[in-house]
Design a protein around this ligand. Sequence first.
Ligand code: NAD
Ligand code: MG
Length: 386
Amino acid sequence: MTSKKSVSVFGVTGSIGASTVDILKSHTDKYCVEAITAHRNVDALAKAARDLGAKCAVIGDASRYGALCDALAGSDIEVAAGEEALIEAAERPSDIVIAAIVGAAGLKPTLAAIRRGVRVGLANKETLVCAGALMTAEVVKHGATLIPVDSEHSAIFQVLEDRKDDRIDRILLTASGGPFREWSLADMKSVTRAQALAHPNWEMGAKISIDSATMMNKGLELIEAWHLFPVPEGRIEIVVHPQSVVHSMVEYCDGSVLAQLGSPDMRTPIAYALSWPDRIKVDAPRLDFATIGGLNFQSPDLERFPALRLARQALQEGGTLPTILNGANEVAVEAFLNDRIGFLDIANTVEKMMTKIGSSALTSLEQVFETDALVRRETANYLASV
Ligand code: NAD
Ligand code: MG
């Protein structure tokens, strides 16, 4: 009999967090839960903690500490609050950490988990975009294992036969194209928050839904893929595939293309990150190919989706430019969600900040935190002035 693996889930109240809870609840024979965290939603955090029998629940917003204590009164679940407590939660012993906080806010806890040398199931792509090679160096240094949760990167991970660069010709990163795949730039100018949040295939948190609509999500994923897989930037291509059935592909030097397919359900890649190298049962809808009928592919349009061009530029130039791209995008998306800027202003703002804030070589994690803070200030100032 094998013993259970213990799991901590960061961002348990989000979309990825909820899908992770669903899997953990249906495999209590295999997994037990150490720590779970959320930003502000006390009720959802307390419910998840009780449902999962977690040892510890942490709320990021320190002002909600009392409310969390009340919500978990009478249980033996430990309670903590604040940014430091999130890091301490990542330091608690667990075999696996699912990193599902949204944005650069997840970087410190994710690094703390990496430094324990355990398996990290990474959904929180922004951390890899803004800390890049410094984060992967920490993974190597501490003997941690980074398993991608992002569906495209999970697909690539699943079909990557080995890590020998010379046998891989191309990585083909598929993109749904989002809700505005066929819209003109003129029409995109006036899209509303509700239209941008309505993704055709996936149900996701607000930030990644907007990123999918601008296609910045695919730009972030391009950078993520480059850090995860041993392929030069020029050999990672983006292919628009509106059905979101082929989650990504790897083309080998002999012409073989290996793809991973599945219904658009994040429980499949989350389960793989938990069970790898084994597989566990997931109650995801099965593909019915006869009903699907056809799968379509097309090239992305860089004119209408400039975020793709900006992300590739950031990857090519490197240094702190991806950190700048990510921070400016986070602030601009937030401003769009608060109806303060238009849809096309998101990529425009990112481009302005990439030009205005000079990038430099990436040398330390301190520099990542400083750059991220600077970009957020500069972007907020810029948006206040327009
Ligand atoms: P979400 O907004 O639904 O959830 C975010 C979670 O992070 C919540 O639990 C929230 O409480 C927590 N959080 C937010 N800000 C925080 C802060 N400052 N400090 C601590 N915790 C904070 O987001 P999501 O859609 O679940 O996405 C999470 C991550 O996974 C993102 O990086 C996203 O790009 C990535 N991802 C999501 C999907 C998806 O289908 N939702 C797919 C692939 C990758
Ligand atoms: Mg993805």
